[in-house]
Design a protein around this ligand. Structure first.
Ligand code: CO
Length: 215
């Protein structure tokens, strides 16, 4: 019970602190959301995205799942993406992976994890596609880090191929797609690919990873 009580205590303290400085802070946000970002991240508890990015409520539309997947047949993801792109008109879609991702780690091994193995099939596929590149790593941690990165790039690629994003690009330039990795060890966000804004940029991304991305 202590943990849940702490949540309410902290919430009250935060609201008091915020409204002391800005009495209308919450009222202003209650009417309407106009976020600039859709953030697709891992469900991992060590990735506190608002804290990491210094954003305030209302700035970021969020979708999180195990190992930050953006699978083209995932209705949950597609619903979030469509609403963010077509209704909220977000300028940026960020896929953010993180080092030491348990989902990625599980996909790299042979152990049976039950239901989650179905969810991780896309990462296994990415590992398979990049097996030549990955086989040159002698350092296990470096290989793990690289799979985390490849997984993010793959999800950016998936997003770029959705009709939702393709149609948005045909109508204009929104949204820009970005692939980031969060390093748990130093708290820093690192960029893998920024400002993917159309087929050419995606093509360059694919060429940089030609050995693994395939079609
Ligand atoms: Co993770």
């Amino acid at each position: 019970m202590d943990h849940i009580r702490r949540i309410f205590d902290n919430n009250r303290a935060l609201v008091e602190q915020v409204t002391r400085e800005d009495p209308d802070f919450f009222r202003r946000r209650a009417g309407k959301q106009e976020p600039h970002f859709l953030f697709i991240g891992c469900a991992d508890s060590r990735v506190p995205l608002e804290t990491l990015t210094g954003t305030v409520p209302g700035e970021m539309f969020v979708h999180r799942n195990i190992a930050n997947q953006a699978m083209p047949a995932d209705l949950n993801l597609l619903s979030v993406l469509q609403y963010a792109v077509e209704v909220l008109d977000v300028q940026h879609v960020i896929v953010c992976g993180h080092h030491q991702c348990g989902g990625v780690k599980a996909a790299m091994g042979d152990a049976n994890h039950g239901l989650v193995d179905f969810w991780l099939a896309g990462i296994r596929d990415t590992i398979q596609r990049h097996k030549n590149e990955l086989s040159v790593y002698t350092d296990e941690q470096a290989q793990f880090d690289r799979v985390v990165e490849l997984n993010v790039l793959r999800q950016v690629y998936n997003l770029a191929r959705t009709p939702i994003v393709q149609n948005a690009w045909k109508r204009g330039r929104r949204p820009l797609l970005h692939g980031l990795v969060y390093d748990l060890k130093d708290g820093l966000l690192r960029q893998l690919v920024l400002e993917v804004d159309g087929p050419d940029k995606v093509r360059r991304l694919l060429e940089a990873d030609r050995r693994g991305v395939g079609d």
